[in-house]
Design a protein around this ligand. Structure first.
Ligand code: 0FX
Length: 243
């Protein structure tokens, strides 16, 4: 079985590599690629990865000829329909499908209260959409920022990969079609959220939720425009009382 892992996420690639080491070579051999639109692939190149362009027909044809299974793990490019229709493609997604499919699910979950977690699913031609293989839900506390929730989502993704990589390869897993379409957020939706309207009306709770949804470590996400139309970035710090 020849497996291609396509990922733009360094941490997940490292994890896949450590789990794959325990799988006998006569069961599966692994190759790793990052996507052609990755603007900062230095660390992935250092892991020995080469890029693949999912928009290039001849590259996609070569994948179809060479591999039995393609696993996407936070790949920045969308897989083309002929790829997902020709060979088994599985996606590792940092969201609890069908809720907040698409970009940065935990950000939107903090704002709209929909469940979050991670999903491993069969890929079809729609984004984060195919039949669910495995899912793990993550709790969101009132004091969590996007980064706090994201770290827990990544831990759950690693848990599933550690426990089920062999099942994913062999095809020995349960599979359930989505019961509803859920909702989808684009990168444009995320960028719209970042731009704060100072005259926005809502409860203080809603405003705190928006700020913690946009607080993610060093990223400058949320901003408002000052009287000179300059962007003023804002993030929030929340600390639970230690008794
Ligand atoms: O690897 P990844 O976590 O995955 C993301 C999307 O969540 C996923 O739905 C999509 N399929 C994949 C291609 O991209 O991406 P990341 O490392 O760029 O971002 C990780 C988190 O960092 C994200 O959930 C929110 C946060 N973030 C990221 C950027 C670039 C921000 O808060 N601001 C940013 O500008």
């Amino acid at each position: 079985m020849k497996v291609l892992i396509v990922s733009d996420n360094f941490e997940l690639v490292e994890h896949f590599k450590s789990v794959a080491k325990c799988i006998p070579y006569d069961t599966a051999s692994f190759n790793y690629s990052y996507s052609a639109i990755n603007k900062n692939p230095k660390k992935l190149i250092e892991l020995g990865m080469s890029f693949v362009d999912m928009k290039d027909c001849s590259s996609v044809s070569k994948i179809i000829e060479k591999y039995d299974l393609v696993i996407s793990a936070h790949c920045k490019q969308i897989f083309p329909p002929n790829l997902v229709d020709s060979i088994r493609c599985i996606n590792v997604h940092p969201g609890l499908n069908p809720y907040n499919r698409g970009w940065y699910p935990q950000v939107f979950s903090i704002v709209n209260g929909k469940p979050v977690g991670c999903t491993i699913h069969l890929m079809d031609s729609e984004i984060d959409h195919g039949a669910v293989i495995y899912q793990r839900k993550v709790d969101v506390n009132s004091y969590d920022t996007s980064l706090d929730v994201y770290r827990n989502v990544i831990s759950e993704e690693k848990y599933l990969i550690s426990n089920h990589l062999l099942d994913l390869i062999s095809g020995n897993y349960p599979c359930e079609e989505l019961k509803t379409e859920g909702n989808y957020n684009s990168i444009e939706d995320f960028n719209a959220l970042r731009s704060l309207d100072l005259s926005s009306e809502g409860s203080l709770g809603e405003h705190i939720d928006l700020l913690r949804a946009l607080t993610h470590g060093d990223f400058n996400n949320a901003y408002f425009l000052d009287e000179n139309s300059e962007k003023i970035y804002i993030k929030i710090s929340l600390n639970k009382e230690v008794l």
